[in-house]
Design a protein around this ligand. Structure first.
Ligand code: GAR
Length: 202
């Protein structure tokens, strides 16, 4: 069966990558297949997860010059149709988004437009939600465009903030209840769309 070739870009522990791998294993993510993982740092947990799943994983260091050019080269070499940012903690330039012809989607650990944009990543997002005192937060999957966290929203899920939450506790709840569910669903949705477009061009 024709599937969309997915590259996942990661910066950390890779639990969202794992959710994508597991979803593919269960046959839920079926219109797309994870063909490549790009790790933007050395020694991150996501690398072991890619290797354990037998997925090609290339390190391309974000802090080194030429990061985006090297990523684009890898995406072309692997014939990638779609990019999933799964815990990618950098920012891709507008130029990058223009040059890659397929969709790029991102998971953000808050309900956009709250607690998003430059400087809002990882635990900082949850710290900001707690500092503000919101009672509900969540996660958002959106298309990536030139505006940080500004692309069209694909899916969102709300999660309660509970008394006594720390950024770490809240992060875990948002991952379990929202991120690990939403990201594979959105990856399937966008992959299916790519396949429909490919088939209509045959
Ligand atoms: C996740 O919570 C993800 O939403 C967030 O980083 C974490 C990575 O965890 N991403 C951002 O903050 C992007 N702005 P993971 O490596 O275990 O998937």
């Amino acid at each position: 069966m024709l599937t969309a070739r997915i590259a996942v870009i990661v910066s950390g522990g890779g639990t969202n990558l794992q959710a994508l791998i597991d979803s593919q294993g269960r046959g839920e993510l079926k219109s797309g297949s994870i063909a490549l993982v790009i790790a933007d740092k050395a020694g991150i947990g996501a690398v072991g997860r890619a290797e354990a799943a037998g997925i090609d994983c290339v390190p391309i260091l974000r802090r080194e010059p030429g990061f985006e050019e090297q990523v684009l080269t890898a995406l072309t070499e692997y014939n990638i149709d779609m990019v999933v940012l799964a815990g990618f903690l950098g920012i891709l330039s507008g130029g990058f988004v223009q040059k890659f012809p397929g969709p790029i989607i991102n998971i953000h650990p808050a309900l956009i437009p709250s607690f998003c944009g430059k400087g809002f990543y990882g635990l900082r997002v949850h710290q900001a939600a707690l500092d503000y005192g919101v009672k509900v937060t969540g996660a958002t999957v959106h298309y990536v465009n030139a505006v940080v966290d500004g692309g069209q929203i694909i899916a969102q899920k709300a999660v309660d903030v509970l008394p006594g939450d720390t950024p770490e506790i809240l992060q875990r709840r948002v991952m379990e209840q929202a991120e690990w569910v939403l990201l594979p669903q959105a990856a399937e949705l966008v992959s299916a769309q790519i396949i429909r477009e490919k088939e209509s061009n045959i």
